[in-house]
Write a protein that binds this ligand. Structure first.
Ligand SMILES: *Cc1c(COP(=O)(O)O)cnc(C)c1O
Length: 226
């Protein structure tokens, strides 16, 4: 099957409120163009340098999402064009994004990455740490970032019950935070809970059932990465 037909069959399974990020990391520009010509305009990459190279080579109406772990010293290279940064896992990183965004007179949308998996290898913040950031008065000073929601990755396991439990826990926290923030409108700025970025090729159906509003799908569209 072609990229276009894989894309089509995934889109048919997504409810209208779920946004598809086509994860094109390691894949050539020609593959991205094929998806783009089939109507896909949001692409996700996990390395800043690779995303910059692709941004420069491809149509400018593409929206680029950074989904990988962030090296703070490289944020400056994408600050002029990145549409959404999914993997923010410290206040220090948020401050650097703000600083770089200000140079371009932009507001960069960010998601805080929550740690929900049991493995040690997954980056992310605890729910406690997220609540601290959401409540910090320092956030009000960051005029050039907006936290738009949360991102999470489930454990790498075939145990669908465990994946479901992890996504359900994150969704409950997301909803609670949304309520807290809404009740303090005016007091806290630069944070909203609109986006819950959960779900990849292997678990997007579960994620959607657990409240996902954004799925990040790579191999099910572009094929396995070598
Ligand atoms: C690679 C990656 C994806 C996509 O993974 P697939 O299993 O290929 O769909 C999603 N999210 C993140 C953070 C990734 O690094």
């Amino acid at each position: 099957m072609s990229i276009a037909s894989h894309l089509q069959s995934i889109k048919e399974q997504l409810p209208a409120h779920v946004t598809l990020v086509a994860v094109s990391k390691t894949k050539p520009v020609s593959d991205i163009l094929e998806a783009y010509h089939a109507g896909q305009t949001i692409f996700g990459e996990n390395k800043i340098q690779e995303m910059v190279t692709k941004y420069e080579a491809l149509p400018k109406d593409i929206k680029w999402h950074m989904i990988g772990h962030l090296q703070r010293n490289k944020i400056k290279y994408m600050a002029h064009f990145v549409d959404l940064i999914h993997g923010v896992d410290s206040f220090k990183t948020l401050k650097e994004i703000d600083k770089q965004a200000r140079k371009h007179n932009r507001v960069i949308n960010c998601l805080l990455q929550a740690k929900i998996a049991t493995e040690d290898t997954k980056f992310g913040l605890s729910f406690n740490e997220i609540e601290k950031i959401a409540a910090s008065s320092e956030l009000n000073e960051l005029e050039n970032v907006k936290i738009s929601g949360l991102m999470g990755m489930a454990s790498f396991t075939d145990n669908t019950e465990q994946v479901k439990e992890e996504f359900t826990r994150l969704n409950a926290f997301f909803e609670k935070l949304k309520t807290d923030i809404t009740s303090r409108t005016g007091e806290i700025q630069h944070i909203e809970m609109n986006i819950l970025s959960i779900g990849m090729s292997g678990d997007y159906s579960i994620a959607i059932a657990c409240g996902s509003t954004m799925v990040r799908i790579g191999s099910a569209i572009f094929g396995q990465r070598s």
